[in-house]
Design a protein around this ligand. Structure first.
Ligand SMILES: [Zn+2]
Length: 359
């Protein structure tokens, strides 16, 4: 017989979070100690890129070795299925029982997927913060014609060294900030989907997502190039956005119509720009459609130095219009302000013009 309480309340949900998050000046030095706190076995592999190896990968490997681990380094290249397979083979050959993803977004994405497939834990060691994927379970891999979002593992730890991240081009940090600011339209889209589609909702995930965006907006004037404090200000909301996605169990709190626009632009543009930059520009336009304060959002992006126009993104006006018209069809299950049928060409042109994105 089913106990009475089960018929009354049958909800269940799993959430996976990083267990240790270290943020600050020189925290890379704590890598081996952090791995010890996780009781990692002896063998580990540091997955890094050709450039980030010099910046962080090699040092991370040495720090682990000095901390008594048998660590080796694998250089990864473009994030795609073939590369994930190759790296996974190397990790197997090395008999690694834990991984460190030391690099920008794509190297961390490869590590996430390899860790998930081999069922071993990993620590995220970002050398830049160009988007909110540092602590999230989603990874982007390059497919044959487009970028596909894949399930990866959530890092068990995050070691975000501000001294390291400040050395990355400022454009990347500004892009990460724009990605988080774009949460503001993502959560509006989610609320809309709740009202129109009775979609499952998490007020905790929304609170975290909006808090992260608000933190960046409020501190926009303090986020500047070559200033380590800027990384300190920006990195925490970027990590919180990842946590919001873990709470929701999906990218919903941080990805709405503005992300659909960015994905569409990736498909139609000859030279797509950075993910976060495109989402920021998308958020200006989607905020206009929601009837919200799009000028305030645009000003925050301008203050940080993130793109607000097609020209600054390095894409053509007709590509922006095309992407706007196509955006609703990218992911039909994700209901947004673009509705089921999306924008007409005329409406898209008008939207991009009124918000100053093209013109
Ligand atoms: Zn994003």
């Amino acid at each position: 017989m089913v106990p009475a309480y089960e018929s009354v309340f049958g909800k269940a949900k799993g959430m996976v979070f990083p267990r240790i998050v270290l943020v600050g000046h020189g925290v890379l030095d704590e890598l081996a100690t952090t791995c010890r706190r996780f009781d990692f076995p002896d063998r580990g592999v540091v997955i890094t890129g050709p450039k980030t190896a010099e910046l962080a990968g090699r040092r991370a490997t040495t720090i682990l070795q000095e901390g008594g681990f048998q660590a080796s380094m694998v250089i990864a290249h473009e994030a795609n299925e073939a590369e994930v397979d190759r790296v996974a083979d190397e990790v197997r050959t090395a008999h690694a029982e834990f991984l460190i993803g030391a690099g920008g977004g794509s190297k961390i994405d490869i590590t996430k997927v390899v860790a998930a497939r081999l069922h071993i834990p990993f620590v995220s060691l970002p050398t830049s913060a160009a988007h909110d994927g540092i602590s999230s379970p989603r990874a982007s891999l390059h497919g044959a014609s487009s970028i596909v979002s894949t399930e990866g593992a959530v890092p068990i730890g995050v070691v975000a060294d501000t001294q390291l991240i400040v050395q990355a081009p400022f454009r990347l940090l500004a892009s990460g900030c724009a990605d988080v600011i774009s949460n503001l339209t993502a959560t509006l889209d989610w609320r809309l989907a709740v009202r129109l589609r009775n979609e499952e909702y998490s007020s905790t995930a929304v609170a975290l997502s909006e808090y992260a965006a608000q933190e960046i907006m409020d501190h926009a004037s303090s986020i500047k190039p070559n200033l380590e404090e800027s990384v300190w200000i920006a990195i925490r909301p970027i990590l919180v956005a990842g946590i919001a996605m873990s709470v929701a169990g999906s990218s919903r709190p941080c990805s709405g119509s503005e992300h659909l626009f960015s994905h569409a632009l990736d498909r139609v543009s000859e030279r797509p720009s950075l993910h976060g930059e495109q989402c920021g520009v998308g958020a200006i336009m989607m905020m206009y459609l929601h009837g919200g304060d799009w000028k305030h959002l645009k000003n925050a992006l301008l203050t940080i130095g993130a793109p607000t126009t097609a020209r600054e993104l390095g894409v053509r006006s007709d590509e922006v219009v095309k992407a706007l018209v196509m955006a609703h069809s990218i992911r039909p299950d994700r209901y947004t302000i673009l509705g089921d049928n999306g924008l007409t060409r005329e409406a898209a042109e008008r939207l991009a013009t009124v918000t100053g994105v093209i013109g």
